[in-house]
Design a binder for this molecule. Structure first.
Ligand code: URA
Length: 215
């Protein structure tokens, strides 16, 4: 893991990780492999998110009363996925955190204004007491993620308790997001070159939701 700038955490670019990205970026990769290898990256992002959470020291009694100076997680977490693509990340979170609560936010482009618009939110009632993993695979312009963050802040979640997990980020999106929310940690597996004229990430991987969900 490398912290590229304050609060942007880039997964360590190991040969393994680059291999995984090479598969999902390849336009010839079929859906089954796209899902399988994206899921592996998502798992790594969730594990890194968990690494960021505070712990307190705990002394554990082991067999024969031997003691182990360990650690215990502090506080509760939940996931919030931005529908639809963000839902692809829910299973990775469930795999790591048993019975984790997961909320959803639906943001779509308004037909008239072409701006992102909030259509639906369903969040745990005690979300303000939790650490929140915001799930959306692609940080392009950051428009949807920023609208989702507004929903969380309105529900009383503190900025420094929000962790935004994504597989790929564009510099433009990171900049816009960080200018508005400097205390939110972005955890990403890759930072690409730029956005194209259609706001797709370059080189990117295309439309994540289409590739993950459509046969
Ligand atoms: N969403 C995607 O699925 N891909 C991009 O490149 C940008 C946004």
């Amino acid at each position: 893991m490398a912290e590229t700038s304050k609060n942007v955490i880039l997964l360590q670019q190991t040969n393994q990780l680059i291999g995984l990205y090479s598969i999902i970026r390849d336009q010839k990769t079929k859906r089954g492999d796209f899902v399988f290898y994206s899921d592996r990256i998502i798992r790594l992002l969730v594990e890194e998110g968990l690494n960021q959470l505070p712990v307190e020291k705990a002394t554990i009694k082991c067999h024969g009363d031997y003691e182990y100076e360990g650690a215990k997680f502090l506080g509760k977490i939940c996931g919030v996925s931005i529908v639809r693509a963000g839902e692809s990340m829910e299973m990775g979170l469930r795999d790591c955190c048993r019975s984790v609560r997961i909320g959803k936010i639906l943001i779509q482009r308004d037909e008239e204004t072409a701006l992102p618009k909030l259509f639906y939110e369903k969040l745990p009632e005690d979300i303000s007491q939790r650490y929140v993993f915001l799930l959306d695979p692609m940080l392009a312009t950051g428009g949807s993620a920023m609208m989702a963050v507004e929903v969380l802040l309105n529900r009383g979640v503190k900025m420094d308790r929000i962790f935004f997990l994504n597989l790929l980020a564009a510099p433009e999106g990171i900049k816009a997001f960080q200018e508005k929310y400097p205390d939110i940690k972005i955890i990403t597996g890759g930072i690409d070159e730029k956005l194209d004229e259609n706001k797709y990430i370059v080189p990117g991987l295309g439309d994540f939701g289409d590739r993950y969900y459509c046969v």
